[in-house]
Design a protein around this ligand. Structure first.
Ligand code: AMP
Length: 357
């Protein structure tokens, strides 16, 4: 507790989307202030945080002033430019640390890190041009997925290869960006573990959730996930290994494929995660509070789950269902205050409590 930030301390958050918004709410409940930095306008986080800086990632003056006004810096997305982080890191602690960001910003580095830890991943090979593509297909075969190494999210920057003949068109979709070819994993379903590591090195994990994606976007998370006791333990233990290896501080999302051969790690997200939103209504300490506790040096909550929950994302026109959801029993609605509705845009989510446990 001695190294914990005092009441009234300010947390700097890079990124002011819905994750930044929900982090700010959690921080305020624990007596902290938040200062959000984001180049965009009309931020979901700006309604609920104490201060906002609207400036580009290369505005040194704005970054210096931001750092001077905060006690610790965290982030709600991983694609922050390196030069921005270099400047900020010299001034204030960034939690989670740079290594966690570097590993997760690049799919190739991420896969190599996971493999070096002894964890299972999809087979992979780097692709930069037609000749490395030919080599990668010879090694991995088809079906496969070609993904950009950087800046991919919600299924963007990905091309599916059903046969080796799709190589040319898949490579063209990368538009010259460095890529990674991944063997197609035959999974029965997808799960994720939301885990946290405190400043003191303590680790706490939530019960894994089962994730359903549509068009590359998370549609629904159901807890508990369909897992055997052994798989459940495995999921939590492997998340702990990842956190320890990175000397991580904060909440992380670890996405897993469930296969007959075991759990295969798809990717890690060094931040609060959409598939952890169920914790807001299934646990006393949700993932947002857990993250704030970790980065401010407070003890972690235990992550104990007291309800079975189904979290459903409200995407685009799903907002038409809000009146019904407001009228439904055992549904908690979390809306992000985004004035403009767009297809594929996450507008909010609904947590339905299915049963108390
Ligand atoms: P990602 O952006 O890597 O999380 O991929 C988005 C979604 O595509 C995943 O949640 C999976 O449903 C699917 N996917 C990604 N990689 C693979 C793979 N190697 N094998 C099978 N499905 C995959």
């Amino acid at each position: 507790m001695s190294s914990a930030l005092p009441q009234g301390a300010t947390i700097g958050i890079l990124g002011g989307g819905q994750l930044g918004r929900m982090l700010s709410v959690a921080a305020s409940r624990l007596g902290f202030r938040c200062h959000v930095y984001d180049p965009g306008a009309h931020l979901p986080a700006s309604d609920v945080c104490a201060q906002v800086t609207t400036a580009t990632w290369d505005d040194d003056g704005a970054l210096n002033a931001f750092a001077a006004s905060v006690d610790v810096i965290t982030f709600e997305f991983e694609n922050i430019p390196t030069a921005t982080l270099d400047l900020l890191e010299a001034l204030r602690p960034i939690r989670p640390n740079r290594r966690a960001l570097a590993v997760s910003q690049d799919r190739l580095t991420e896969k190599q890190f996971l493999r070096d830890l002894g964890l299972m991943t999809a087979p992979f090979a780097p692709v930069t041009d037609p000749s490395s593509m030919t080599e990668a297909i010879a090694q991995i075969g088809a079906p496969a997925i070609l993904k950009t190494r950087r800046m991919g999210y919600d299924g963007k920057g990905q091309a599916r290869l059903n046969t080796a003949e799709d190589a040319g068109s898949a490579l063209a979709e990368m538009a010259g960006a460095d890529a990674i070819l991944e063997g197609f994993v035959k999974f029965s379903h997808e799960v994720s573990v939301i885990a946290a590591r405190g400043l003191d090195g303590r680790v706490a994990a939530y019960d894994p959730g089962e994730n359903l994606h549509e068009a590359g976007i998370l549609r629904r998370t159901t807890v508990p996930a369909r897992l055997t006791g052994a798989q459940r333990a495995d999921a939590v233990l492997l998340a702990g290994r990842i956190l320890n290896a990175l000397d991580y501080v904060g909440v992380m999302g670890v996405e897993l494929f469930v296969t007959p051969q075991g759990l295969i790690v798809n990717e890690i997200a060094p931040r609060v995660h959409n598939s952890g939103h169920w914790t807001q209504n299934g646990c006393a300490v949700d993932q947002f509070e857990q993250h704030i506790r970790a980065i401010t040096g407070l003890p972690l909550g235990d992550g104990h789950r007291y309800a079975d929950v189904v979290m459903e994302n409200l995407i685009g026109d799903d907002m038409d269902r809000v009146p019904d959801l407001l009228a439904a029993r055992d549904v908690a609605l979390h809306l992000y205050g985004k004035p403009e509705r767009r297809a594929g845009r996450k507008m909010g989510h609904a947590n339905r409590i299915v049963a108390r446990v």
